[in-house]
Design a protein around this ligand. Structure first.
Ligand SMILES: [Zn+2]
Length: 175
């Protein structure tokens, strides 16, 4: 089966990348490369969380997105990519993303808004604002959505997001 193309997903982001971006921004040091890297990796990860949460797959042959019914379905049920005919079973599809924190139905609204608007944000400030809006939304929803996007233990990610929120408001807070 070595030649069979498999479904692939964008990886989570290390929270340290986000922290570096915020630290640079707080010092008025514009790191465009870092912003570009973080921004597009977030877009790719958010898009894949949204895709899986909508029971869709991206075809590894032609990159078309198509629906793969799997909830309550037999694992052997085959779904076929309409443009090219590549196919995957419900069981293979579920196995391709389980334990990767890609199921995020609570995350649809903030992730959807981020993906829809980020590519239109042309300036450093506009992109930073959208990233900050996403980070704030993730922070306020607690651990679940953070786990969809960021690497690391939940408690560490939440602690890092707490620290970013303090940085942003410039307000000291008692722990
Ligand atoms: Zn296809």
């Amino acid at each position: 089966m070595c030649c069979v193309k498999r479904l692939r997903y964008a990886p989570k982001l290390p929270i340290a990348r986000i922290r570096r971006l915020y630290q640079a921004d707080a010092l008025r040091l514009r790191d465009d490369d870092l912003l570009t890297d973080v921004g597009w990796r977030l877009v790719a990860r958010c898009a894949d969380v949204l895709m899986v949460s909508a029971s869709q797959a991206r075809c590894p042959e032609c990159h078309a997105c198509f629906r793969v019914p799997w909830i309550g379905q037999p694992p052997s049920l085959v779904s076929t990519c309409p443009p090219c005919g590549w196919s995957v079973t419900a069981g293979e599809y579920h196995d391709s993303w389980r334990h990767q924190d890609l199921w995020g139905t609570n995350a649809r609204e903030p992730l959807g808004a981020f993906v829809a608007t980020y590519s239109q944000a042309a300036s450093y400030e506009a992109r930073m604002l959208l990233i900050d809006r996403l980070i704030n939304a993730v922070h306020t929803t607690g651990g679940r959505v953070a786990r969809n996007l960021f690497e690391g233990r939940s408690s560490q990610v939440i602690a890092a997001l707490d620290a970013l929120a303090v940085d942003c408001s410039q307000a000291p807070r008692d722990g």
